[in-house]
Design a protein around this ligand. Structure first.
Ligand SMILES: NC(=O)c1ccc[n+]([C@@H]2O[C@H](COP(=O)([O-])OP(=O)(O)OC[C@H]3O[C@@H](n4cnc5c(N)ncnc54)[C@H](OP(=O)(O)O)[C@@H]3O)[C@@H](O)[C@H]2O)c1
Length: 293
C-alpha cells in the first residue's frame, strides 16, 4: 500500500515509518521541514497541513493517510500556530485532499479525552478533528492514546525539565493519573489498523500496563538515576496563573492550559489494546524503559 504518514518525521512517525516499510508498504513521511530521506530511509514530502494547496497532490498520490501531525500540548503555542489551526484545520485539509483523490484509508491520531467542549484548546481541537474524520466519506479509524514514551518522546524530558531531584514542586502535588504506553507497543497497533478492515469505523482508547501519577513518574525518573525526590504540592490556582515558584523550589512554567490539563486524569476506562491481541499487563512498563535507557 502507498502510505502517507503526515507528521512522519516526529517522535511516533520515526518509529512507525520504518515499521510500515518493513511490512512492505511504500511509505512517504510528510512534514514542513523534511530531510532528503525520512526515518528508516523512507521517502519524504514537504507540505504544511494548514495550507491545502501544499499537500493535496501528495495526499492524492497515496492509498492511505496516517495523520500524526502535532502541535505539542506541553507548552503554549508560539507565533501564528494554534491547536485549532494544526489539529482541526490540518485534519480538515488532509481529509478534504483524501476525499478529492482515491485515498480510502485514513487513520487519525487523536488523544485520550478528545472533546469538542473539553477543557483545553488541544483537547477541543482534537475532539473537533475527530468529528471531521467521522463525518468524512473515508474508511477511517481513530486512535486515542494516553501519553506515549520512548526514544525521542517529550514526556520524560519535559517532566525532568520542570522538576529537580531531592525537592520539587508539582501542581496539585502531581496527583494527575496517566497510563503511559511505549511507542514500541503502539506502532504495531497502528500498522495493524492500516492493514485490517475490521478496524474501519472504530475509535480505540489505548493505554499502557499501569496507571501512574505525575508524582510516581517523577519519583521513578530520579530513582532510576539513584536519586530521591520529595514532592511539594503547588496549588492549582498558582499553576493556573502561570506563576513561577520562588527559591528554593524550581520554576514551574505551566501555562493555564497545561495546568488545566493536569486537573483531568489521562487513563482509559477500558483498554482497547485487547482488540489487537495484546495482554495489557504484557506491555512495556516505564521502569523497564528508563532502566534500559
Ligand atoms: N507523544 C505523545 O505522548 C502523544 C500522546 C497522545 C497523542 N499523541 C498524538 O500523536 C501524534 C504524533 O505525536 P508525536 O509525539 O509524534 O508528535 P511530534 O514528535 O511533535 O511530531 C509532529 C510531526 O508533525 C509535523 N508537523 C507539525 N506541524 C505540521 C504542519 N503544519 N504540517 C505538516 N507537518 C507538521 C512535524 O514536522 P515539522 O515540524 O517538520 O513540520 C513532525 O513530523 C499527534 O497527533 C499527537 O497529538 C501523542
Amino acid at each position: 500500500m502507498k502510505v502517507l504518514v503526515a507528521g512522519g518525521t516526529g517522535f511516533i512517525g520515526s518509529a512507525l515509518c520504518p515499521a510500515l516499510a518493513d511490512r512492505g508498504h511504500e511509505v512517504t513521511a510528510l512534514s514542513r521541514h523534511p530531510d532528503e530521506t525520512g526515518p528508516g530511509g523512507v521517502a519524504t514530502a514537504m507540505g504544511d497541513v494548514s495550507a491545502y494547496e501544499s499537500i493535496v497532490d501528495t495526499v492524492t498520490a497515496h492509498d492511505a493517510v496516517i495523520n500524526l501531525v502535532s502541535l505539542s500540548p506541553l507548552s503554549d503555542p508560539r507565533g501564528d500556530l494554534s491547536h485549532e489551526q494544526v489539529h482541526l484545520r490540518g485534519t480538515e485539509n488532509l481529509v478534504r485532499a483524501a476525499e478529492a483523490g482515491n485515498t480510502d484509508r485514513f487513520v487519525q491520531m487523536s488523544a485520550l479525552g478528545a472533546d469538542p467542549d473539553g477543557p483545553t484548546a488541544y483537547i477541543r481541537a482534537k475532539g473537533r478533528g475527530e468529528q471531521v474524520v467521522r463525518e468524512s466519506a473515508l474508511e477511517w479509524t481513530i486512535v486515542r492514546p494516553s501519553v506515549v514514551f520512548g526514544d525521542g518522546g517529550e514526556f520524560i524530558p519535559f517532566t525532568k525539565q520542570v522538576t529537580t531531584p531531592y525537592l520539587t514542586g508539582l501542581p496539585g502535588g502531581g496527583k494527575t493519573r496517566f497510563q503511559p504506553i511505549w511507542v514500541g507497543d503502539l506502532v504495531p497497533i497502528l500498522a495493524d489498523i492500516l492493514e485490517e478492515e475490521t478496524h474501519v469505523g472504530e475509535t480505540y482508547d489505548l493505554g499502557g500496563p499501569e496507571v501512574l501519577t505525575l508524582a510516581d513518574v517523577t519519583r521513578l525518573i530520579y530513582e532510576v538515576e539513584g536519586r530521591s525526590v520529595t514532592i511539594l504540592p503547588v496549588p492549582m490556582v498558582t499553576a493556573k496563573l502561570g506563576l513561577t515558584v520562588a527559591d528554593p523550589l524550581p520554576f514551574v512554567p505551566f501555562g493555564v492550559d497545561q495546568a488545566r490539563s493536569l486537573e483531568f486524569d489521562n487513563t482509559v476506562d477500558s483498554n482497547d489494546v485487547t482488540a489487537f491481541g495484546y495482554d495489557e499487563q504484557a506491555l512495556r512498563r516505564l521502569r523497564s524503559y528508563l532502566e534500559a535507557a
